[in-house]
Design a protein around this ligand. Structure first.
Ligand code: AHG
Ligand code: MN
Ligand code: MN
Length: 332
């Protein structure tokens, strides 16, 4: 039997390769791995434990209904980072503002973490795949001080590492520290993530398009024309394409990255900035897409180059196979 590489080993090997010699990034990733296991085991119980199910009865800063598991996952990740003193601060989709840790150990931290603790939360109650999205940046402020807003409002080109966990038919962590994208599948019988998808590459083109087409009347003419194109019958170019939409960005993106496809959440007349959050969702997904050979834009600009102005900023997102993103652009 060949040697199975665990996520822990991969992180250590990688540390040497990308020259993060202090090991801080490795510890940080280990911390994410640990919190992911805890959240995973809770998610697997979601159908069993009445307390976890259903609405928490509160709305988050963006006015969306918050599910109990959102709150749980948010707490688990933030507590783990504070306890392990690996970052000086965390910005989460579920918090009104960023959290700056105040212990001396934390304030010495070199990195900040941005997180969507539970993505696709409307799917929790119906046993459909959900996820966690994270990204890590070097802080701008001085070590030894409290993290400030500028530490979090950096361009995606500054990302040091990003990834997601998808709690699906199996649980996977997909990660990039800037040298390709690697996937690790969780083996619950031993509680370990094993390297299962080395160097994932998004096919240059694919058959799948993913969009909430219920928003059709509110899309721009360019997007409408593109969607008509996706559905046209044309043998030569293999159309119509196949429509697949889960409603969990992590899962929709993961499938398209493996199989080839395009995901779009464009602006609408009702939501001129789109729905997805630039910092917690779009930038990490864009980083992974590019690391896997794909593209990610807001219809005009590369997502990674957008200058963030606010923590909870939204942006339109077009992401996936590079030829498909280019094709869509030709309609705009
Ligand atoms: P979250 O659960 O973190 O709020 O994110 C939900 C997002 C994203 O995961 C998904 O792709 C999108 O919202 C779905 O939106 P629609 O229901 O409008 O299609
Ligand atoms: Mn989300
Ligand atoms: Mn969320």
């Amino acid at each position: 039997m060949g040697h199975l590489v665990t996520l822990g080993e991969h992180i250590l090997n990688n540390q040497k390769r990308v020259g993060h010699s202090t090991g801080e990034l490795s510890h940080l990733l280990s911390c994410i791995r640990l919190a992911a296991k805890v959240v995973n085991s809770e998610i697997n119980k979601a159908g069993l434990v009445d307390e976890i199910m259903g609405q928490y009865g509160k709305t988050n800063v963006q006015g969306e209904a918050q599910q109990k598991l959102d709150v749980y996952a948010n707490r688990k990740f933030i507590d783990a980072f504070e306890a392990y003193s690996q970052v000086c601060g965390v910005a989460s989709e579920e918090e009104d503002s960023f959290v700056a840790f105040e212990s001396d150990e934390c304030m010495q931290g070199k990195y900040v973490l941005l997180i969507d603790p539970l993505d696709g939360s409307s799917n929790i109650d119906v046993n459909v795949s959900i996820g966690t999205i994270f990204s890590i940046y070097k802080r701008k402020s001085l070590r030894g001080t409290k993290a400030n807003l500028d530490d979090f409002l950096q361009r995606g080109t500054e990302i040091v590492a990003a990834g997601y966990i998808v709690y699906g038919s199996s649980t996977m962590m997909v990660l990039s520290v800037g040298n390709g994208v690697h996937g690790f599948t969780f083996d619950p019988s031993v509680g370990v993530f094993f390297l299962s998808h080395e160097d994932i590459r998004i096919p240059k083109s694919g058959k799948i398009y993913s969009v909430n087409e219920g928003n059709y009347p509110f899309f721009s003419d360019g997007i409408k024309e593109y969607l008509k194109y996706c559905k046209e019958h044309d043998k030569e170019t293999g159309r119509p394409l196949t429509s697949r939409y889960i409603g969990s960005l992590v899962s929709d993106f993961h499938r398209n990255m493996i199989k080839g496809g395009i995901y779009l959440y464009p602006e609408t007349t009702l939501a001129p900035q789109g729905k997805l959050r630039l910092l917690y969702e779009c930038k990490p997904i864009a980083f992974l897409a590019e690391q896997a050979g794909g593209k990610a834009t807001d219809g005009e600009n590369r997502i990674l180059e957008i200058e963030p102005k606010a923590l909870h900023q939204r942006t339109p997102l077009i992401v996936g196979s590079s030829d498909m993103v280019d094709k869509l652009h030709s309609f705009l």
